[in-house]
Design a protein around this ligand. Structure first.
Ligand SMILES: [Zn+2]
Length: 94
């Protein structure tokens, strides 16, 4: 369901979570410069730089996300998956 690929260690620009993998709901997707990356912890969307580090989106990029129906759909799916995973993890601790 979820595919992830190793990337050079970097931090989420929003919650500062250390990330060394990037993934998404599309198994064909691979991290590449200019890709939208969703944080597995805070589920914020960041942009992949040329060196595969992450930065916050610009206002233009945020608009691009908001106006892209496919991307919105993928993000909604991904956020649903993150919530589901958190629930499963919480269950496992009981
Ligand atoms: Zn984050």
């Amino acid at each position: 369901m979820l595919n992830s690929t190793p990337i050079p260690p970097t931090n989420c620009p929003y919650c500062l979570r250390k990330m060394n993998r990037a993934g998404g709901p599309d198994p064909a997707a691979r991290p590449f410069p200019g890709a939208f990356v969703i944080c597995m912890k805070c589920s914020e969307i960041s942009m992949m730089n040329d060196d595969l580090s992450l930065r916050k989106l610009t206002a233009e990029e945020l608009d691009e996300v908001r106006n892209n129906g496919d991307l919105q759909h993928q993000i909604a799916n991904f956020r649903g998956f993150i919530l589901w995973r958190k629930k499963m993890e919480a269950h496992g601790k009981n």
